[in-house]
Design a protein around this ligand. Sequence first.
Ligand SMILES: [Zn+2]
Length: 272
Amino acid sequence: MFNNPRTSTRYSKSLILLLILLLVGTWYVRERNRYEQEGYLLASSLEADLVYQCQTAARTYGLDWSLLVSFYLQTRRKATTEEIMNQAAVIKESASEIQFFEKIFDEHELKLMLHHARQIKRFGYYFSPQYVFPVQSKQLTYKNTWGADRDSGKRKHQGTDIFAKQSTPILSITAGRIEKLGWNQLGGKRVGIRDIHGNYLYYAHLSDYRNDLSKGDSVLSGEIIGYMGDTGNAEGTPDHLHLGIMTHEGQWINPYQFLLYWNKYSKKSGAD
Ligand SMILES: [Zn+2]
């Protein structure tokens, strides 16, 4: 069939075209993943309260909340609710938001600010209604212990520990699919859920999982997946949930600010 030289040339051309498409496709996927991961890293470094205050002020004045967050990220990172409200009012008086920012930032700064705003809005976990804080209890504590030494400095802590009474139900933060369910040495009884963004949420040290769950099952946000305990390397320590979030690129990110946000500002489940 390819003995005809013209057909053969056409065949080679198609092959080269296919190869180019494949290369461009691979490059695109890699770039997109890198961009998304950068977005999560940025979003996890924001303060939950600042994000919420900016969202509230932006809603009041009909502005884009991600621009307001990005503005504070670039200028001072912290402000009171009143200051943010006043700032939003000033921005509203300009002909457009961009025009206001053009006045205070040079071209490079403005570009960076817009880039960050896009990332915060698209890839952050800061959209209140769809996430649920995983432990609904009046007596819970958690601190930002990201990066703290573990095993005498051999490991760093890559998550947030949420302490509450034994057997307190653990709820899935996000909708997703159960990818891991079972035992591992460090985590003890643990559940791993892949969420709709492709991120992996890791719930460890459970006293038990919900007994009708299986790998591959879909779960909704707020659904009970297990119960608080001290299994794995947490044995003998106060009962707690170790919550970790890994991006689909395989990098653990600090869940603390997201947890604060979900706890303070997201919907509560029916549980106590
Ligand atoms: Zn932990």
